[in-house]
Ligand binder design. Structure first.
Ligand code: PBG
Length: 430
């Protein structure tokens, strides 16, 4: 499987080429294509775990034709063959103060002093198998660039999308999550387009499944792309987001997505009780095998700005603070964990990612379920912008941010960098 392959820091010769590759401890050579179909790798099987002292045999050491016994006898007799001398102590620059050594029992730097040692003791690894690639789709034929998210497009569902998915699969990313840009004329206060069996998302799922049967398709369950109010739920006259009525719509939306072939439905709406209701609705329709990834701790965050531009889904009024969580709150996430676990969620998600590492760790330590982190649009765009301004190294910051999400406890990461980061892990440059 791709992940095992990439996670195995066994090719010692590759380590000296470390750059972004040190995040996996291995650089796959560029002719190796990862292929998740049937979990095989399209590369000739190579013998691994053979570590030699050096690639080239030193020509000056000639075999003398002696037996083992003769060699041993020579050494016992004091006739010891020569080996290179121990390396001299490297000189310090002139002016370096001469000090007594610190009497330290423990010098943590010892375990960091060479690339091989660092790779041996690396606690966290990153693999394309950990990524879920969020993709924006629209009805158009062309791919439209998203101004606030450099490198991201609203992809034509019949053309650009299929190409992007093929590229991702080529480097081991075989999971996607779909976000639709819905025509204004199809939006309504109750968001009924969300459960149109022939709507953009169900249609796209059917096309993707037809082309790539083993692709894992995650869907977003929420009304905002379909709501004329731009909210995740139905808005009452007085501005209140109606909980139970919205959950009723979400159940129909999840069933429509499951019918089309979705593997994982992901309620991102933050209504109370939606996980249990969706589980029951899926089961009642014969979709016991479809998973639920719950946005367990989704915060009312300004980091979603670029995403709302991408989908033209800004709330027409107010904000989302009566359903999304207060960024100041930590304990409250545990309440959501308990609810989602007891209602039958299969995966718990934290969103945004990097500013909420403590919440990821909280969920990791309080649930045995897989944890997902969403590196959201604002996080992505900040890294892109910083790179354009030459303030940061894009590739290194990208890889570090993803590794940190894994270190905090995320099993999977939803990230707009999925393709770019997977290419980097595979040793390819864009
Ligand atoms: C909507 C939804 C949002 C995102 C994912 N699903 C936006 C919101 O809650 O307003 C944000 C993702 C991102 O910013 O990358 N249910």
């Amino acid at each position: 499987m791709a992940s095992m392959f990439l996670n195995a820091p066994c090719n010692v010769g590759a380590i000296k080429h470390f750059d972004c590759k040190n995040y996996v401890g291995l650089r796959a050579s560029s002719n190796q294509k990862l292929d998740c179909v049937g979990h095989t790798i399209k590369a000739p099987p190579r013998r691994r775990f053979i570590v030699r002292a050096s690639e080239r045999r030193d020509e000056s050491i000639k075999k003398m034709g002696l037996t083992d016994q003769e060699c041993e006898a020579a050494v016992v007799a004091g006739n010891v063959p020569e080996a290179p001398p121990a390396p001299p102590k490297p000189a310090a620059p002139a002016g370096t103060p001469s000090v007594p050594f610190l009497p330290l029992n423990r010098r943590p730097r010892r375990n960091r002093r060479s690339p091989v040692l660092r790779a041996s003791f690396q606690e966290t690894n990153l693999s394309p198998a950990n990524f879920v690639y969020p993709l924006f789709i629209h009805e158009g034929e062309e791919d439209t660039p998203i101004g606030a998210m450099p490198g991201c497009y609203r992809l034509g569902w019949r053309h650009g999308l299929l190409e992007e998915v093929a590229k991702a699969r080529d480097v081991g990313v075989n999971s996607v999550v779909l976000f639709p840009k819905v025509p204004d004329a199809l939006k309504s206060p109750t968001g009924d387009e969300a459960f149109n069996d022939n709507g953009l998302v169900p249609r796209t799922i059917r096309l993707l499944k037809d082309r790539y049967p083993d692709l894992v398709i995650y869907t977003d369950v929420a009304l905002d792309p379909y709501s004329s109010d731009g909210h995740d739920g139905i808005v009452r006259e007085d501005g209140v987001i109606m909980n139970d009525e919205t959950v009723h719509q979400l159940c129909k939306q999840a069933v429509a997505q499951a019918k089309a072939g979705a593997d994982v439905v992901s309620p991102s709406d933050m209504m109370d009780g939606r996980v249990g209701a969706i589980r029951a609705a899926l089961d009642a329709e014969g979709f016991q095998h479809v998973s639920i990834m719950s946005y367990t701790a989704k915060y009312a965050s300004a980091f979603y700005g670029p995403f709302r531009e991408a989908l033209d889904s800004n709330p027409r009024f107010g904000d989302k603070k009566t359903y999304q969580m207060n960024p100041a709150n930590y304990r409250e996430a545990l309440t959501e964990v308990r609810e989602d676990e007891s209602e039958g969620a299969d995966i718990l998600l934290v969103k945004p990612g990097l500013p909420y590492l403590d919440v990821i760790r909280l969920l990791r330590d309080n649930s045995s379920l897989p944890i997902a982190a969403y590196q959201v649009s604002g996080e992505y765009s900040m890294i892109k912008a910083g790179a354009v301004l030459k303030m940061i190294d894009e590739e290194k910051v990208m890889m570090e941010s993803l590794m940190c999400l894994r270190r905090a406890g995320a099993d999977i990461i939803l990230t707009y960098f999925a393709l770019q980061a997977a290419r980097c892990l595979c040793g390819e440059k864009r």
